[in-house]
Write a protein that binds this ligand. Structure first.
Ligand code: SAM
Length: 259
């Protein structure tokens, strides 16, 4: 791995360990794909969970793993960069009556995931943190059984470039120029993000061998949602552009392979 990538991963790991407790949340009733996004209950992208082996990439505090266990998953694995997140996930899943494999690792280095093993992979607001999207996707693709599903959500790349200022929405940076961006005080700690276009995610999935099934850019703004457009996520902003990008894809089966 490039030294620059290693340095960014280390910085982001330290950042995530500091802010982990701002993200300890989840629901057993519904699976949220992100702010103002339709839920799994509305979209049914994952399909049947019962009896499935599932890996979550960037599992955070483990609440999605808990939700998947309650919906009947047979085997669960979670990978996360942050030791603080993995520790909380360990406490959350310890209450379940099934073993859950938790791995503290960058998603760029998930070589230890078993090959052709999982029925589904899921990643909620985590995939975009990778410093190496092709490498991360190749690990996920390799770990899925033929026909296995991958669903991920991430902040919509258009939402990321627009901010509210002086009563109007303005571009804070270019949508088309991609690459690393250092944020000196993201939630009070320095981190580095990688800016990518929607097409970059889609093309990387295709190159990794995935077949795209659905691309979702819908916003769900209910009456009573915050209308303060100055907030990073707000109903006002979400009614003009999507907050969240969700993509469902699958690993294709070889010719003649049983479904
Ligand atoms: C916004 S949180 C989402 C957590 C969880 N999926 C959820 O929905 O609550 C993003 C997670 O990605 C993890 N993360 C960031 N960079 C990562 C990387 N390079 N490899 C693995 N996990 C990473 C963070 O530690 C954090 O737990």
């Amino acid at each position: 791995m490039l030294q620059q990538h290693k340095d960014i991963i280390q910085m982001n790991k330290e950042g995530w360990n500091k802010v982990a407790d701002q993200f300890f949340e989840g629901s057993l009733e519904r699976l949220s794909y992100g702010s103002y996004a339709p839920t799994e209950e509305e979209l049914n992208l994952l399909g049947t969970i019962t009896n499935c082996a599932i890996v979550e990439v960037g599992c955070g505090s483990g609440h999605t793993l808990e939700y998947l266990a309650k919906r009947g998953a047979r085997e669960l694995w979670g990978v996360d960069l942050s030791g603080a997140q993995i520790e909380t996930a360990r406490q959350v899943v310890s209450k379940l009556d099934m073993p859950v494999v938790l791995i503290e690792s960058p998603m760029e280095e998930m070589a230890e995931l078993p090959e052709n093993h999982f029925d589904k992979a899921v990643s909620i607001y985590a995939l975009g943190w990778t410093v190496d999207l092709p490498r991360t996707l190749s690990h996920i693709h390799r770990s899925l059984k033929p026909g296995g599903i991958f669903v991920f959500s991430w902040e919509h790349p258009v939402h990321s470039v627009v901010e509210y200022s002086e009563d109007v929405l303005k571009f804070r940076r270019s949508y088309v120029s991609e690459g690393f961006e250092r944020h000196e005080a993201w939630r009070g700690t320095p981190i580095v993000m990688h800016n990518r276009k929607v097409s970059t995610f889609i093309n990387a999935l295709i190159r990794a061998g995935f077949v795209i099934d659905a691309v979702i850019e819908e916003s769900k703004v209910d009456e009573g949602d915050t209308v303060d457009p100055a907030k990073w996520y707000s109903g006002a902003k979400a009614s003009l552009l999507p907050s969240t990008l969700i993509i469902k894809c699958h690993k294709s089966r070889a010719e003649g392979e049983p479904s």
